[in-house]
Design a protein around this ligand. Structure first.
Ligand code: DC
Length: 200
């Protein structure tokens, strides 16, 4: 069983993906972390996030087990991740790892931007989890109380625009995805909705 969860940043994909995988006994992959690993390495090596050759070579030699989760969080790495994610060579370098992960028994939940459209177009279930920019900014502000909410909102909008307008695998719902707006829903309510689709 493969469950694809796509959507913009801070919409609640990770929370739902993890809870769903736990509940159904499936593997879970946050594919954004792969792009964050590439972004983090680009940043650390002072490489140019627009240099497709340099970024692809980092993506090809990524040792996914070697990163500290805390280093990957934060909007700065997120912004680098979003820039390298627009490069087709980087996306190509990360494709096999994601497809192999999805093929594991007994199944997997993957969250990202292009899981239902590109990585697993034949997924058994596809969800597009979204929320208003204000709701997402409020959630991010709870995680980093020292940052101005207006700044968080601007970063989210910039990342949405880059992820949605790129030429390759842009952020968009698959034609057969169930769209859930989580702006006014708790994590439990979202999980209940998702489960009602999978186990009607
Ligand atoms: O989900 P996230 O915020 O951790 O993702 C970081 C960036 O990685 C995001 O801005 C776009 C990119 N990304 C992508 O292009 N495709 C994915 N499947 C996952 C993330």
């Amino acid at each position: 069983m493969i469950i694809a969860i796509d959507g913009p940043s801070a919409a609640g994909k990770g929370t739902i993906g993890r809870a769903l995988a736990l509940k159904l006994g499936l593997h879970y992959l946050d594919t954004g972390s792969l792009y964050r690993m590439v972004g983090f390495e680009v940043m650390r090596n002072n490489a140019d996030p627009a240099d497709s050759q340099a970024c692809a070579s980092i993506a090809q030699s990524l040792n996914v087990g070697s990163f500290n989760d805390a280093d990957l969080r934060g909007e700065k790495v997120g912004s680098f991740a979003s820039q390298v994610a627009a490069l087709p060579q980087v996306r190509h370098a990360l494709l096999k790892f994601q497809r192999d992960f999805a093929a594991q028994k007994p199944g997997a939940v993957l969250d990202g931007r292009d899981i239902g459209t590109v990585i697993c177009p034949d997924a058994d279930y596809k969800f597009f989890i979204t929320a208003s920019v204000d709701a997402r900014a409020r959630r991010r502000a709870l995680e980093s109380p020292s940052t101005e909410i207006a700044a968080i909102k601007a970063e989210i909008e910039a990342r949405d625009a880059r992820d949605s307008n790129r030429n390759v695998a842009p952020l968009k719902p698959a034609a057969d995805a169930v769209i859930i707006d989580t702006s006014d829903l708790s994590a439990d309510e979202v999980l209940t909705r998702v489960l009602s689709v999978i186990q009607p």
